[in-house]
Design a protein around this ligand. Structure first.
Ligand SMILES: Cc1ncc(COP(=O)(O)O)c(C=O)c1O
Length: 460
């Protein structure tokens, strides 16, 4: 069944969120009750992320140890070659073309050709201040409805609400790895055709996935592509974690449906450079009209991305043997930590899939539901709040990722470790990763996971 969220009707406060924006809007509303805000902003209330961050800060102030598993930031430093390139280009001061520096667009096409095997025209690349901004721009420009699997990344829905876009959610389940299937998509299309309800559709597909750590197989992508292509659905393939797949295989649905897919990527995750704010969209020729539209909005809003960052990003997208080693080693570290964490939680009775890329787990505490309910924990938010105050472990409730409020799911980011030191250990020949690697290089992750295990013991 597909859940529909009609914009311009407030939804329950805090159901969907983004930390910075929520903070701003909540403050505006609290401090200035008669501000005249666009009705689309109603319902974008204070998020549980914000509350958990505030509570974490309070606990730390009180001298308590907090395990920060809430923030989705890469634990690794930016590769040295890329940092050096930024140093060399600090003097670059000119405004650059709206669609991005030519050399960078060439490098991005080279990167995609190496990873995906599809050739793109550098004229059809758009460089933006983070892929988040580009995803927002496409939501603003496209005339149709947004289709999303649930769970999904936190910002897709608030963005859609801000621009007044209709959202249709596919609730997924653990059994299908929290993924949508071609059959689900086909059913939606069929239902719409019977109802003569056929708005153009934009499907946002993210893999490896935030918040679940799952990725699609080639076969699944091929099947989804076939259905999407038949129904002329526009896909944004959010491949921001594409280079973090633990098996080293970069997957992209654009291989099977190039004409209807926009590839979205950037430096934030595989290159550890979230704060550099560099994202890219790669369009096929057939979607040139959308590239043009986004370029116009870009020219009237952010103009172009910071020049030194664009020059340095050429080095990142061109790649090098040392960047390749950085990627191989970061994947190895994340895979070990992610699998160890999932295994340890499962052994304690928590339901959770092994992650296949990125740095997230999406545990489900449903096995403890009765005892938790008796203890007054009836929602994911109550669970995460209680876990934080009892153990100092900060995770985010599933509702922030569009799951039902009463579902006892949560997102756990296993990034609370010094990625630089861990990478150095591998560079220096650390052999097979084992638990002593965790003790030495990710002790807080190990401790935090063991605290969760201890904590659920009382609900058995
Ligand atoms: C799934 C997903 N997509 C997109 C983004 C946005 O990344 P950026 O704007 O840093 O390129 C993020 C960042 O957390 C993400 O997790």
């Amino acid at each position: 069944m597909v859940e529909e969220i009609i914009p311009r009707q407030p939804i329950k406060s805090g159901l969907y969120h983004d930390v910075d924006r929520d903070m701003l809007f909540t403050r505006l509303l609290e401090e200035n009750k008669d501000v005249l805000l666009n009705v689309n902003l109603s319902g974008l209330g204070k998020s549980s992320t914000l509350e958990i961050n505030e509570r974490s800060a309070e606990l730390e102030k009180m001298g308590k140890k907090v395990y920060r598993f809430g923030l989705g930031q890469s634990p690794f430093p930016v590769p040295e070659d890329v940092v050096e390139s930024l140093r060399q280009n600090a003097h670059q001061k000119d405004y650059l073309p709206v669609i991005g520096l030519e050399g960078l667009r060439d490098a991005v096409c080279g990167y995609i050709e190496r990873k995906v095997g599809v050739k793109y025209n550098p004229q059809n690349v758009l460089v933006g201040p983070g892929s988040k901004e580009l995803i927002f721009l496409v939501q603003l420009a496209f005339d149709g409805e947004l289709i999303l699997p649930a769970p999904s990344w936190v910002s897709y829905i608030p963005q859609a609400k801000i621009v007044g876009r209709k959202i249709r959610l596919f609730p997924t389940s653990e059994e299908t790895g929290w993924k949508i299937t071609a059959k689900m998509l086909a059913t939606l299309i069929e239902e719409d055709s019977i109802n003569e309800y056929s708005k153009p559709k934009l499907l946002l597909l993210n893999y490896p996935n935030n918040p679940t750590g799952a990725t699609y197989t080639e076969k699944e992508l091929k099947k989804l592509a076939k259905v999407a292509s038949k129904a002329n659905i526009l896909i944004i393939s959010d491949e921001i974690y594409g280079d973090t797949s633990y098996d080293g295989v970069y997957r992209s649905i654009s291989r099977y449906y190039p004409e209807g897919t926009i590839i979205s990527t950037g430096l934030s995750k595989w290159c550890g450079a979230g704060g550099w704010r560099l994202g890219v969209f790669i369009f096929p020729e057939k979607l040139k009209w959308l590239h043009n539209a986004l370029s116009i909005i870009a020219s009237e809003t952010y103009t172009s991305v910071s020049a030194p960052i664009q020059y340095a990003s050429i080095t990142a997208f061109n790649g090098s043997p040392s960047i390749e080693r950085y990627l191989v080693n970061s994947r190895k570290i994340l895979e070990y930590i992610g699998h160890w964490s999932a295994r340890t939680l499962r052994n304690a009775g928590i339901t959770v899939n092994d992650p296949q890329g990125g740095f997230y787990l999406f545990p489900n505490f449903e096995n403890f539901e009765d005892a938790m309910n008796e203890a007054g924990i009836e929602t994911g938010e109550e669970l995460t709040k209680r876990l934080l105050s009892d153990t100092g472990v900060a995770i985010l409730p599933g509702k922030d990722f569009s799951r039902p409020i009463t579902e006892l799911t949560a997102r756990l980011a296993y990034v609370n470790f010094d990625g630089g030191k861990a990478l150095e250990a591998l560079e220096n020949g650390y052999g097979e990763l084992d638990e002593s690697f965790l003790d030495m290089y990710a002790p807080d992750v190990k401790d935090g996971i063991l605290r969760i295990v201890d904590w659920v013991g009382q609900f058995k």
